[in-house]
Design a protein around this ligand. Structure first.
Ligand code: FCB
Length: 459
């Protein structure tokens, strides 16, 4: 190991999300979410897996917090399940739902671990979806009300509040290509959802600030979009289009108070953006103190004027853009491993949208962790592939800092193996192995490696 130190007070931690780990899907008055419905819809999730039990974190959070403390984590990013707080998405607050997050928060604080709350990590109350979900403007207002209710209980203890996790996924995968809940396939719905998600963020950010929240932010999964051929004008145009649909459609309204014209024009080919009302962009641009960045892999694109592009998850790119197949070695998700993409991405955001501190709110990798990973384990998983992935990306993050990026911390995805959405439990992202039959947790070699990184504050 060479000697690479991170800045003092660099925030080292791990991240999870409610539906992926909590289980206890019917406990203490929790209402159904779109992921309960979606995971029960045949053919949507690998082998019909659901989050009903997941890692049973709802009942085992004490053990999990002890594990975090043992690993030396300074921060823990978790999400609050809206259907636990308001089982129908609106109306009276369910105190038993809040009790759980209060117990969790207190357990973290007792161990000196900084709680970082995500208010929405994809588990929309089903009742709201029955009324159109994020295509309904009212959902944005309900979201702000819910955010206020959570803050009213935890605001005296939690400093860092983030609104949404990856609205790109909620909108494009949820309403565009239907790979995620609620499984709609409608480009117009996808764009409408983008706007209402952003509006919900803006309204919630404003409400949180008014209630006295210290640090308010949002987490995106911005893409490092690259051309197949750096010298091709056609590929450059494809990069511009995908960058618009992935990055600028979120970053511009959030940080410049306006959607980019080229993106609005593209959108108008599928839906007249009448859902963007006067004053909305100003609301979306409510000041933030932190931008969460989730990064896994770069995106390589080529322009296809011949109409032969595959399109992918981006509405209106069918035929026009080809998304290049990832080049190995790949992770178990089939994702490319390119740490330099993280450096480029962080630098680009810092250059084009200066003034907002950045936090890596997710980065990590799924690997098979050897055959028989579901059986009782006697030995920790020797996940040298995951260690190499994390090491490479931490070096890339360090490089961004060296180039002047204001990066405040790094949260590994994920603390535990968990329910990986449409992929179910077959993809393991944890630095801690979970045996789903016994719920036994076993730190993998990567967890011990990370523990050492944290204690040295470097590599
Ligand atoms: C991100 C999600 C997170 C997890 C990782 C692998 O898109 O935010 O919940 O599934 O991908």
């Amino acid at each position: 190991m060479s000697d690479l130190r991170f800045p003092e007070n660099f925030l080292w931690g791990a991240a999870t999300a409610a539906y992926q780990i909590e289980g206890a899907a019917r406990d203490d008055g929790r209402g159904p979410s779109i992921w309960d419905t979606f995971s029960r819809t045949p053919g949507k999730v690998y082998q019909g897996h659901t989050g009903d039990i997941a890692c049973d974190h709802y009942h085992r959070y004490t053990e999990d917090v002890a594990l975090m403390a043992e690993l030396g984590l300074r921060a823990y990013r978790f999400s609050v399940a809206w259907p636990r707080i308001q089982p129908d998405g609106t109306g009276p607050v369910n105190p038993r739902g809040l009790d759980f997050y209060e117990r969790l928060t207190d357990a973290l604080l007792e161990r000196g671990i900084d709680p970082i709350i995500t208010l929405y990590h994809w588990d929309l109350p089903q009742t709201l979806q029955d009324r159109g979900g994020w295509t309904n403007r009212e959902t944005a207002e309900h979201f702000a009300t819910y955010a206020t209710a959570v803050h009213a209980r935890l605001g005296d203890r939690v400093r860092t509040w983030t609104t949404l996790n990856e609205p790109w996924c909620s909108a494009y995968l949820g309403y565009g290509n239907g790979v995620h809940a609620p499984g709609e396939q409608d480009p117009a719905a996808a764009f409408t959802a983008v706007h209402h998600l952003l509006l919900g963020h803006g309204l919630a950010a404003r409400a949180l600030r008014a209630a006295g929240a210290e640090t308010v932010g949002i987490t995106l999964n911005p893409a490092d979009v690259r051309p197949a051929d750096p010298d091709s004008a056609v590929d450059a145009a494809a990069v511009r289009l995908v960058d618009g649909l992935h990055n600028r459609i979120f970053l511009d309204p959030l940080l410049r108070a306006a959607y980019p014209d080229d993106v609005l024009e593209h959108m108008a080919r599928m839906v007249e953006p009448t859902f963007v009302r006067d004053g909305d962009e100003k609301l979306i641009a409510a000041p933030i103190d932190l931008l969460g960045v989730n990064y896994y892999q770069p995106t390589y694109v080529a322009g296809r004027p011949d109409g032969a592009g595959g399109g992918g998850a981006y509405p209106g790119t069918d035929g026009a853009v080809e998304f290049l197949p990832p080049v190995g070695p790949l992770t178990d998700m089939g994702w490319m491993i390119e740490p330099a993409g993280l450096t480029r991405l962080l630098e680009r955001i810092a250059t084009d949208y200066p003034g907002v501190p950045l936090l890596i709110t997710e980065n990590g990798a799924a690997f098979p962790d050897k055959a028989g990973a579901d059986g009782p384990r006697r030995e920790p998983v020797l996940d040298t592939d995951r260690i190499a992935y994390l090491d490479g990306h931490l070096r890339a993050a360090h490089e961004a800092i060296a180039r002047g990026v204001d990066l405040r911390g790094y949260l590994v995805w994920s603390l535990l193996d968990n329910f990986e959405w449409a992929e179910g439990y077959r993809r393991r992202f944890g630095i801690v192995h979970v045996d789903y039959l016994t719920q036994r947790r076993t730190p993998k070699a990567s967890a011990r490696w990370y523990q050492e990184v944290i204690s040295r504050n470097g590599l």
